[in-house]
Design a protein around this ligand. Structure first.
Ligand code: AMP
Length: 570
């Protein structure tokens, strides 16, 4: 059964496969490698995924959702039609669409996948990603940390070298930094750090603020539709600023009696001033990753850039200044992770072209248990954290700690598992707990081993063995905030199966209609009328149900819309 790599991104998702020619991206039904991570409900009540949904974000903000990756595993639901959806349900819809694209391309069923996640995803978020895969009908063979995937994509080219890499990944919503070493064909992740709430979108928001000033409006008071439109325009301006010194976009103000067209502008200098605090926030994880790897900045040989937002010149300038190295970007920063996930597929399936590469990874957080300490004889303090697997330990790993009961005759112990870096458990994330009975020993204390085994997919197994009778108990983490029980996954999967999805061949038509609507929304006067007429014509042709006519019309109208869309950017 075919195995694919999937980059399930905040902004866009990609699917890839490992072939005899190396890693390869698979194009979606629209012929694009990037499928926007957006889902929505059409006017008829069908689920739409990808570009068709993304294009409706502005015109139908209440029925369309994007950027849900940061809520994976969180108890947060949105309502779409009559149903409610969690981030993992929406991700499952994206995954299902990618699975179908891959099946069409490969001509065989695809039921296994390797999915990338930010290095900083915690246990709950990783489990939610597994659940999303399952709901989409995929067995998730393993999760791969995004920077690891990036290094794999680049590492292929430098098998012979000894290198220390720094991977900078600035996507739409997350920032990850990792340090990796390649030595005699063995690749090791030495450390990783990051900020799960910093991404290209924060730079877009900075521009939205600037545009609001030009429009004399407050960002918090904008209606959702207007906010969406302004974000769209700000994103366009941000992308323009990656190749120009000045960006300008047109905004149609509908709040006035007569809609008015306004030109909003921003210079690169202004943008750089507005980005200063965001750029500053990027320095800390970089420094921490270098320190955690026991290195100095000048030990880094190569810097690799991943994620669409690393195209911003201000990011490259900061890296060059900080590390005195020019970052590399020979691969498209939007494709790197998916290509790396495909390499991992090749490794898993033991593809002969990859025989020489071995891959290791690290635990992104310290894992441990709560313990009670005795600072003075007879005085007990609870709530302390006992690390068992330290952050950045190479995984898979198995470590054991031996503890004893505190009181004589104690009947059992509560094992509470946490992840985090604070010495007090109250500041760390609780992963689960269980009670272990110990042999009754009225005269003394009982000792027990706590064994933590952490695998490459970020799944933790905890086994407690009482030493006097050699009995063991394994932790099954239950009641995790946001984790979904197995039966619930099966139920949700069935529900998702039932949802009516537009047939594949119609996806192109839906996408074109959304483009029409968006162009209509963004224009005025004669042009607007012309777009309206075009849309009516196209819908009439669709009603005719003649495939050849539809294809011809689609090509013509697509060209017509491309011309209009490009007019906007000057
Ligand atoms: P990703 O999640 O990796 O797809 O990254 C998407 C982010 O990259 C979004 O915030 C985009 O606005 C941003 N982005 C894409 N292309 C460019 C560009 N040429 N210049 C600046 N930012 C970009």
């Amino acid at each position: 059964m075919a195995l694919v790599g999937i980059d399930l991104g905040t902004t866009n998702s990609l699917v890839s496969v490992f072939t005899a020619d190396g890693p390869q991206l698979i194009l979606n039904a629209l012929g694009e490698a990037l499928t926007p991570s957006a889902v929505g409900l059409s006017d008829k009540g069908d689920i739409i995924v990808g570009s068709a949904a993304k294009n409706r974000l502005v015109s139908h903000p209440d029925k369309t959702f994007a950027r849900f990756k940061r809520y994976m595993g969180a108890n947060r639901e949105v309502k779409m039609g009559k149903k409610t959806y969690r981030a993992e349900d929406m991700s499952a819809l994206i995954l299902r669409s990618l699975k179908e694209d891959a099946e069409r391309h490969l001509g065989e069923p695809v039921d296994r996948a390797i999915i990338s996640v930010p290095a900083y995803f915690n246990d709950v978020q990783r489990k939610a990603t597994y659940a999303a895969g399952k709901m989409a009908g995929l067995t998730v063979e393993r999760l791969i940390n995004e920077p690891t995937a990036a290094a794999l994509a680049y590492g292929l080219n430098s098998k012979e070298d000894e290198n220390t890499f720094l991977v900078i990944d600035l996507g739409g919503g997350t920032f990850d930094v990792s340090i990796l070493e390649i030595f005699e064909g063995v690749m090791e992740v030495r450390s990783s750090a990051g900020d799960a709430f910093l991404g290209g979108e924060d730079f877009t928001d900075a521009i939205v603020g600037h545009f609001c000033e030009q429009l004399d409006k407050k960002p918090d008071e904008l209606k959702p539709g207007v906010k969406g439109l302004l974000r769209d325009l700000a994103d366009k301006a941000k992308i323009q600023l990656s190749s120009k010194h000045e960006a300008s976009v047109k905004f149609i103000d509908r709040s006035a009696k007569k809609p008015e067209e306004k030109t909003l502008t921003i210079s690169r200098e202004k943008f750089e001033t507005l980005s200063e605090s965001l750029i500053k926030r990027m320095r800390r994880p970089i420094q921490r990753a270098i320190m955690d790897a026991d290195l100095r900045a000048d030990d880094i040989d190569r810097v690799v850039m991943v994620g669409g937002a690393t195209r911003m010149p201000v990011i490259r300038a900061m890296i060059t200044r900080l590390l005195k190295l020019f970052p590399e970007h020979s691969l498209d920063p939007d494709h790197v992770i998916a290509l790396g996930a495909a390499v991992q597929c090749g490794l898993l399936d033991r593809h002969e072209a990859l025989e020489d590469i071995v891959m290791t990874d690290v635990a992104p957080f310290t894992l441990g248990t709560e313990i009670t300490v005795e600072p003075r004889p007879g005085v007990y303090e609870t709530g302390h954290f006992q690390p068992i697997i330290e952050r950045n330990t190479v995984i898979p790993v198995s470590r054991v700690a031996t503890n004893s009961t505190i009181r004589k005759g104690q009947k059992g112990v509560d094992i509470v598992v946490y992840q985090g870096e604070s010495p007090m458990v109250a500041n760390n994330v609780k992963l689960g707990s269980f009670y272990v009975a110990v042999p009754h020993n009225p005269q003394g204390h009982e000792s027990f081993d706590i064994r933590f085994t952490y695998d490459v997919s970020g799944i933790l197994e905890v086994i407690v063995t009482t030493l006097s009778d050699n009995k063991s108990k394994t932790l099954v983490i239950e009641g995790n905030p946001g984790s979904i029980p197995k039966e619930e996954i099966v139920r949700r999967f069935k529900e998702l199966e039932k949802l009516k999805i537009h047939p594949r061949d119609a996806a192109e038509n839906t996408a074109l209609i959304s483009r029409f609507e968006r162009a209509y929304e963004n224009s005025l006067g004669d042009l607007r009328q012309q777009i309206g007429q075009g849309l009516a014509q196209f819908q009439a042709i669709l009603d005719g149900q003649n495939d050849t006519d539809i294809k011809m019309a689609r090509e013509q109208f697509s060209q017509f819309l491309t011309e209009i869309e490009n007019m906007d950017v000057f």
